[in-house]
Design a protein around this ligand. Sequence first.
Ligand SMILES: Nc1ncnc2c1ncn2[C@@H]1O[C@H](COP(=O)(O)OP(=O)(O)OP(=O)(O)O)[C@@H](O)[C@H]1O
Length: 201
Amino acid sequence: MLAIRGLRKSFGGRTVLDGFDLRVEDGEFVALLGPNGSGKSTALRCVVGLETPDGGEIDVTGSAAMVFQKIHLVGRRTALDNVCTGALARLSLRRSLLFPAEVREEAMRCLERVGLADRALEKCARLSGGQQQRVAVARALCQRANVILADEPVSALDPQAAVQVMELLGALAAEGMAVVAVLHQPELARTYAHRIVEMAA
Ligand SMILES: Nc1ncnc2c1ncn2[C@@H]1O[C@H](COP(=O)(O)OP(=O)(O)OP(=O)(O)O)[C@@H](O)[C@H]1O
């Protein structure tokens, strides 16, 4: 579950979020829509600690992980290695130098969940954009997140790949995760999300 209450954030005196509220239950898929600059990304970035809010409360049951429009994977490493990095925060430095077997097994299960187990040993640079985005989701799963935040996850993808990623996010919600996706495509939001939250300009 994700609960945001009264979130406030300004940049250089310019107020971007002025008391933003959002609650997403486990098993719920919420699409966040709104004009450019309305603060959608900022709200999600505050949840994962990439921005520091000026005020408000953020509650997450378990942990939240984010996937981005620009997919941050290491292209010369395999899909499996990239997913393993999701576990880094809970590994000691020594154990993170070479991912232990149990992490690789968990990462493999995450790749299975996104339908890419058969590409595990492929270098990420050789995967399509849609496949890379699904690897990024697998890495979020390997962080053991219960809340998935997706910031324009399909904006850089062709329509078919976009549908696959939206179906995947929908499936994760169906499995009980709380999912929030910033979207610029209202029709995708209407098709896949349970609820649409529109941010004002
Ligand atoms: N680190 C920052 N420093 C200064 N201004 C910022 C910073 N991050 C965001 N902003 C500004 O805050 C406003 C909201 O940005 P944000 O990216 O959250 O909007 P958005 O709704 O996600 O927009 P878009 O749909 O274009 O991605 C914008 O005017 C942006 O320029």
